[in-house]
Design a protein around this ligand. Structure first.
Ligand code: ZN
Length: 259
């Protein structure tokens, strides 16, 4: 009998869909970025070395550091919080270990020199550096969404609240739906940006219109944004100069405050 083995490669769409299904993951109703952080670490390794393989012995400390810096506050031991994604990401079908390790168990990871890597089909598709960059950007944008002006990152359970995708050059004025024309902004700063109270300079600093007035301390807090550097998340595309020029000329209520 003829046996035909078809090495099906994954399309970019399939790759992104597989990775974005991680978005739904929560622990006890709270945002759990542990798995996305492991995927980001593996993507970085793949881009740097051509293989996504991570060794528990050599790399779990880096993973624990990422979880400490970007995860929710937790009293969990670092090794335990790294063991969670390192073993559990397997159940998402995108991660493999070179030996069997029970879920969440730190001890077998430590005593048996365990290696983990992305699913081979996924890894092959992600050797395309553009796709790897797009995948990393998607993960960062969906998991670590916060206002690029003030850092607001409100969550209700696992869902982001009050953070929106703003267009720099308006959609109605030929603004493209591309990453270099987008900013994640909280609802307030989105509104103020669209009214020209807030703008952007070419060195990616926030500008505040001198025409903006407010009576209260809360309202006047807007002045403090003036000249503050934009704070996009790592892996996101900076705004294109042409779109900044459009917003400055067409929307921003000049003059800006003087520093
Ligand atoms: Zn904001």
């Amino acid at each position: 009998m003829m046996h035909v083995v078809i090495d099906e490669s994954m399309s970019p769409g399939e790759v992104l869909a597989r990775l974005s299904s991680l978005r739904q993951h929560t622990r006890g109703g709270k945002r759990s970025p542990h798995k996305p952080l492991l995927v980001l670490l593996a993507l970085g390794r793949l881009t740097a070395t051509g293989s996504s393989t991570l060794s528990w012995a050599a790399d779990s400390g880096k993973l624990a550091d990422l979880i400490r810096d970007f995860g929710p506050a937790s009293a969990t031991q670092p090794a335990q919080s790294a063991a969670y994604p390192f073993t559990r990401l397997r159940s998402d079908g995108i991660w493999t270990l070179d030996r069997d390790v029970p879920m969440d168990r730190v001890q077998p990871l430590t005593t048996e020199e365990v290696l983990g890597r992305l699913d081979p089909r996924l890894e092959r598709a992600l050797r395309d550096p553009e796709l790897a960059a797009a995948a990393a950007r998607r993960l960062v944008e969906s998991e670590f969404r916060q206002c690029a002006f003030c850092g607001f990152d409100g969550q209700l359970g696992a869902t982001t609240v009050g953070v929106e995708a703003a267009h720099i050059r308006w959609f109605a004025f030929d603004g493209p739906d591309t990453a270099d024309n987008g900013l994640a902004l909280c609802s307030l700063h989105h509104k103020l940006f669209d009214h020209g109270v807030l703008g952007l300079s070419h060195d990616l600093r926030i500008t505040v219109s001198a025409k903006f007035t407010s009576r209260t301390t809360t309202g006047r807090a807007v002045y403090q944004l003036h000249e503050r550097p934009l704070d996009p998340r790592p892996g996101t595309t900076p705004p294109a100069p042409a779109h900044i020029t459009w917003h400055t000329g067409q929307v921003f209520k000049s003059p800006a405050l003087t520093a």
